[in-house]
Design a binder for this molecule. Structure first.
Ligand code: LHQ
Length: 259
């Protein structure tokens, strides 16, 4: 069984974590599958949106805890981060295309923070988010200590990380960790509808929106205004801008090409 299923349809690259018996915990096969999918997303212009989800009842239970040799004299957990998790998160954030996440069930440890690394997160009402690291004597990784304080504020981030308490999808929405919590029965349809709409969008513009939003965490207002000017100058030369304005004036739907 492939640990990651990948399918391209109508501009959407659907990526499904596929180790349902282990709640899709990360192992080398999952990491390799995700790295290959990211390489495709980076190089194929036909791919205009990514949709990430999990097979079975869970989204992702974080690192596979059964695959580590705990008897080894010194365990270097940092090397797993250097080899797999950190490049993955960096590539996701740098990808100039939208990444939608459909959290279909529990998202724990690195699995929770992998979801938060996506650009727009939808979750099933029965899903939950657990900063499980502290339960096994670790610290948040996969970007959790960066994403959580920015999304939820320091108090909520700190308490989630220190207690390892389960956060329901409804509270995750209320706290701003995710875009929307939807009924379980609607998650597939809603996430596909959103992904397909994004895949028909002005891809270059979506990529630059992503860059502008994520740059704002490290810029002051003046630097951000300069960045907006530079991005607008760049995107204003594109075909999709001309098409967008023409469609508006002709009172019709735009046909964006992603250029
Ligand atoms: C699992 C796992 C799992 C293996 C469920 N591994 N089998 C860490 C170290 C190194 C470097 C890089 O970074 C990291 C980052 C991390 O991600 S640390 C955090 C690792 N994850 C966790 O600590 C979560 C562990 N899992 C759980 O606490 C529970 O499974 C949750 C709360 C996610 C779900 O609970 P339940 O719905 O009650 O399901 P379950 O516990 O019965 O799990 C179902 C099966 O999946 C079960 O297998 P079995 O053979 O007994 O049916 C679990 O053993 C297996 N599984 N998570 N991470």
């Amino acid at each position: 069984m492939e640990p990651v299923l990948v399918a391209l349809e109508a501009g959407v690259l659907r990526i499904t974590l596929n180790r349902p018996e282990k709640l899709n915990a990360f192992n080398p096969g999952v990491h390799k599958g995700l790295a290959d999918a990211m390489a495709r997303a980076e190089s194929e212009s036909a791919i205009r949106c990514l949709l990430i989800t999990g097979a079975g009842r869970g989204f992702c239970a974080g690192q596979d805890l059964g695959e580590r040799d705990m008897k080894a004299a010194a365990i270097d957990l940092g090397s797993g981060l250097d080899t797999w998790y950190n490049p993955l998160v960096r590539r996701m954030r740098a990808l100039p295309k939208p990444i939608v996440c459909a959290v279909n069930g529990v998202a724990a440890g690195a699995g929770a923070n992998f979801a938060l690394a996506c650009d727009i997160v939808l979750a099933a009402r029965s899903a939950s988010f657990i900063q499980a690291f502290v339960k096994i004597g670790l610290v948040p990784d996969c970007g959790g200590s960066y994403f959580l304080p920015r999304l939820a504020g320091m108090q909520r981030a700190m308490a989630l990380a220190m207690t390892g308490d389960r956060l329901s999808a409804e509270d995750a929405e209320r706290w701003g960790l995710i875009w929307k919590c939807v009924d379980d029965a609607n998650l597939k349809q809603e996430s596909e509808k959103l992904s397909q709409a994004l895949a028909k969008g002005p891809t270059k513009s979506l990529g630059l929106i992503k860059r502008a939003m994520y740059s704002s965490a490290n810029n002051d207002l003046s630097a951000q205004l300069d960045l907006e000017r530079d991005l607008q100058r760049e995107i204003g030369k594109g075909e999709d801008y001309r098409e967008g304005v023409a469609a508006f004036l002709e009172k019709r739907a735009p046909q964006f090409k992603g250029r």
